[in-house]
Design a protein around this ligand. Structure first.
Ligand code: AMP
Length: 145
């Protein structure tokens, strides 16, 4: 058995609950294959997470097709974020398994707008105000249209 198959997908992870609408999120984009929503502890304003709708723990078990849908959506979010946040650049990150820095075990790609000379906050530094998240979601949605 490959190593990655030893870790089963947990259907009760927080992003699975968001996909089932059992938990709220600040949604910015959705299609048949993916959902994108704001990170509640952003490392930069507009920090967005892109996830497949299919059950996938991380980069190790996701199907190539679902990964492709996530990559395509990440590019879409990145381009919109450049406009929405007048960003100078974008950082994408994806963590797999605890040793790789993963905390939530449903595959997600971090899309983080960047500004020259401004460092990312450390992961999980602080929970953002709901109003700020709402405003940032509105800006991103407008740039996606
Ligand atoms: P990681 O698994 O290390 O890639 O990080 C998980 C990310 O999910 C962190 O950046 C958290 O701030 C974020 N996060 C955790 N719970 C939620 C939630 N309910 N809604 C949005 N983002 C979340």
């Amino acid at each position: 058995m490959p190593d990655y198959e030893k870790h089963a997908y947990d259907t009760n992870n927080i992003f699975a609950k968001i996909l089932r609408s059992e938990f709220p999120c600040h949604k910015v984009y959705e299609n048949e294959h993916v959902l994108a929503f704001l990170d509640i502890m952003p490392r930069a304003p507009g920090h967005t997470l892109v996830i497949p709708k299919a059950a996938a723990r991380n980069i190790l078990d996701v199907s190539p097709d679902d990964l492709a849908h996530v990559a395509i959506a990440s590019q879409k979010i990145a381009r919109a974020a450049m406009t929405a946040f007048t960003a100078d650049g974008i950082t994408l990150q994806q963590f797999s398994e605890t040793a790789g820095g993963q905390v939530v075990f449903h595959l997600h790609v971090h899309v983080m707008p960047r500004h020259t000379g401004i460092a990312l906050l450390p992961p999980a530094s602080r929970k953002e105000d709901v109003k700020v998240l709402e405003d940032n979601a509105t800006r991103l949605i407008a740039a996606l249209e």
